[in-house]
Ligand binder design. Structure first.
Ligand code: ATP
Ligand code: MG
Length: 284
């Protein structure tokens, strides 16, 4: 509390709990943070050092084979909401050696022949790692539901399967942080228009995004159901207002920092005699 511009803990104010309504979240807001863009950007830049050190400790502690903790950051959002910016500007600030990133696209033929969690399990972070899912198993109850890619019964089954799966993952030592970056349809329109207006952004423009955009309300309803069915103690959801990129990045930073501080990883002790090694080195 009271640290830098935060008046509340991001992990508390953004957490999806009982009675949560996505429609009550203002995508333009910066809840819990008393500051503007320049403050937010400064706080993120200053804070990266602390995040980086904790990540290095987490990685180091796992190398000795004793610590089994890891973090899994799940990113879900409508197109252009800023998943890529989180990966670049927040996760990108730590040593890439300790990061495992998986982007989940339209399932391949082989992936479709297996259960929807098959391709997900293979990318769970090893001990000591920060794993990032750029889209995830939630696509199977979001686009899967909106586009009716599976039967209603199958979609229904998946919520329970996800909760069971995530509970197991959490029990094995992985802190799961599930983030939905919440933008408004107007903001998306603006960001898509910018991609069209600038030749250096054309490569980012996907005509299919407009098709999904036309189903906005269906997607929001699907997200609401996801929140109601799968925000659990072991794997809570956080709804992060994302019209202001600086806020979304700072908020996700705070969530990662809180998880790492909670793990409190310790530097591993040397498995050799430091004094003896100092003498050997000096004499060499
Ligand atoms: P960006 O556009 O920023 O590169 P992206 O995550 O939108 O990132 P794309 O390659 O544009 O990446 O899109 C991936 C597409 O794959 C999305 O439209 C998403 O809905 C779709 N997808 C991912 N998982 C599934 C799934 N399990 N079933 C069906 N579609 C899926
Ligand atoms: Mg896309």
């Amino acid at each position: 509390m009271g640290k830098r511009g935060w008046t509340d803990e991001a992990s508390e104010i953004l957490c999806v709990g009982e009675g949560f309504r996505l429609s009550d979240v203002d995508p333009d807001g910066h809840p819990g943070y008393d500051g503007e863009k320049n403050n937010g950007e400064d706080d993120l830049a200053e804070g990266m050092e602390a995040l980086s050190e904790l990540q290095e400790r987490l990685y180091a502690a796992s190398r000795t084979g004793t610590a089994t903790d890891s973090i899994l950051l799940v990113l879900q959002a409508m197109d252009t909401a800023g998943k890529g910016g989180i990966v670049r500007h927040v996760v990108g600030g730590v040593d890439p050696q300790g990061v495992s990133l998986a982007a989940f696209k339209v399932p391949t033929k082989e992936e479709r022949e297996h259960d929807f969690l098959w391709r997900i399990e293979k990318h769970l972070p090893d001990p000591g790692f920060i794993g990032v899912f750029d889209r995830s198993h939630y696509e199977d109850v979001l686009v899967g539901k909106v586009r009716e890619l599976a039967s209603a019964d199958e979609i229904e089954r998946r919520y329970g399967a996800i909760n069971e799966f995530e509970a197991q993952v959490a029990a094995s030592g992985t802190r799961i942080i599930k983030v939905m970056l919440h933008i408004s349809p107007d903001e998306q329109k603006e960001r898509l228009r910018e991609r069209l207006d600038r030749p250096d952004k054309h490569w980012k423009y996907n005509p299919g995004d407009v098709d999904e955009r036309m189903l906005w309300d269906d997607y929001m309803a699907a997200y609401q159901t996801v929140f109601e069915r799968t925000s659990t103690e072991a794997a809570p959801w956080y709804a992060v207002p994302a019209n202001r990129k600086w806020y979304a990045r700072l908020a996700v930073y705070e969530l990662l920092l809180a998880a790492l501080e909670d793990i409190d990883p310790q530097w591993p002790e040397a498995d050799f005699d430091v004094e003896v090694e100092k003498e050997r080195l000096a004499a060499s």
